[in-house]
Design a protein around this ligand. Structure first.
Ligand code: FHN
Length: 421
């Protein structure tokens, strides 16, 4: 059987030492959508005729674009193709339970109406509307938790913004001024003007001591005590752990945590091709992350016109189709009690193990080792058809029916009495 590491061994334990009571929805959700959308979506990985591979949202840094030149992009940004209900419906159809969108990325541009800085979508672009109000509403209408990503330290637009800027002299920066004049007031706008937020997703910490971060967190929490803060708020003060980009822990982990992935090598939209994951890879990634006890937040990058690219729509619709019939084996589960096997991974509910068979054994027999419990029945999740099984010592052997190997993971269920040793 499987033992899970506790969070304390994984990262600075939460200073309060107790889990946020509002985490249950998050732990049950399992599947979120990350959206990176900003001026970089319009530049789309190409500047002055030169292409930049990889994270499109870093184009300002990669091409060392001067702030004055980058500001001009705002006057061409007019995403008239944006439709909040379309995005939220796509998320709902994909089986998404929460959505986190970039309110402000490192470029320093606010994708919402900000009174703190006029470098925002309403005051600096011909679009002149605030997409975030409509998007928040469209998600809530569909029961999807809504939240914002905010780059709280890196801000390449501001003279005192942290890290990686090239227009300003690092030695002359006053981070506290930046926090006081921009980051904190903008975060307060987001926590005040867009209704109940499920999450504020910070990225990445810097320029503050542990005490200053604690004060920062306290100031924000009072506005919406139920909102979850991601661990990249820094100093161990988040409500749940975010692993590194595209990182999945190798062993099951207790507590609330999230793996974040983008389906290609970029978070922001780029116009040239990138290697994409197929929906089969995404579904197997989701099963693998859930089998370790965590959530997968998968990124899409809408383009400069406000459209989610066709390739993203396709894999989200296929993922949603699979979840419609197999969602019971993902949503509300905890980490699997059967260690990962050559055939696949498992997830748990009381008295049940869901077997995500990613590769059918050649002899058609599924071995469940160390499963010394009283097995009541085994069946395929979708058609509930019972399967023959044999208990030999501590092993359970299941005769698998032939199934379409090209289909994404097929899920079988073991119902049992007792506790897995
Ligand atoms: O620098 C950012 C990057 O652009 C992207 O937003 C990712 C998403 O997790 N976070 C930072 C790199 O880890």
């Amino acid at each position: 059987s499987v033992t899970a590491q506790t969070m304390d061994q994984m990262w600075d334990s939460n200073v309060s030492g107790k889990e946020n009571p509002n985490l249950q929805w998050f732990k049950d959700a399992k599947f979120g959508m990350f959206i990176h959308w900003g001026l970089y979506s319009k530049i789309a990985g190409e500047w002055n005729g030169k292409r930049y591979y990889g994270s499109g949202e870093w184009i300002m840094n990669q091409a060392k674009i001067k702030v004055a030149d980058y500001n001009k992009v705002a006057s061409t940004f007019n995403p008239t193709g944006f439709n909040a209900d379309e995005w939220a419906q796509l998320a709902a159809d994909a089986g998404i339970k929460y959505m986190v969108i970039t309110a402000k990325h490192h470029e320093g541009f606010a994708m919402y109406q900000s009174k703190v800085s006029n470098f925002n979508i309403v005051d600096a672009t011909p679009y002149k509307k605030d997409p975030m109000k409509a998007l928040a509403e469209a998600n809530r209408k569909r029961g999807i938790q809504f939240g914002f990503y905010y780059s709280q330290f890196q801000d390449w637009h501001e003279p005192n913004g942290g890290r990686n800027s090239w227009d300003f002299d690092e030695a002359k920066k006053d981070y506290q001024t930046y926090y006081r004049e921009k980051a904190i007031p903008q975060l307060k706008e987001l926590l005040t003007n867009y209704g109940p937020l499920g999450i504020v997703w910070f990225d990445t910490p810097g320029g503050m001591t542990k005490e200053q971060t604690q004060t920062f967190v306290n100031e924000l929490r009072v506005l919406q005590p139920k909102t979850l803060f991601s661990s990249r708020v820094g100093q161990g003060l988040g409500d749940y752990k975010d692993f590194g980009d595209s990182e999945v822990p190798s062993t099951p982990i207790k507590g609330a945590w999230e793996s974040i992935y983008t389906h290609n090598d970029s978070w922001g939209y780029i116009k040239h091709d990138m290697n994409f994951k197929s929906s089969k890879e995404i579904i197997q990634l989701l099963a693998n992350v859930a089998s370790k006890g965590g959530n997968l937040m998968l990124n899409v990058g809408p383009d400069g016109d406000g459209k989610i690219p066709e390739y993203s729509v396709k894999f989200l619709q296929q993922t949603g189709k699979w979840l419609k019939v197999n969602g019971e084996s993902i949503y509300g589960t905890t980490y699997g009690l059967i260690a990962a096997q050559p055939w696949g991974v498992s997830t748990s509910k009381p008295g049940k193990q869901y077997l995500h068979v990613l590769t059918r054994p050649k002899n058609g027999k599924l071995l469940i080792p160390d499963f010394n419990v009283n097995v009541k029945k085994v069946y395929e999740l979708t058609d509930k058809k019972e399967l023959p099984f044999k208990k030999i010592g501590k092993e359970v052997w299941i005769d698998l029916p032939l199934f379409n190997q090209d289909a994404v993971n097929t899920v079988f269920v073991i119902e049992y009495a007792g506790t897995v040793p």
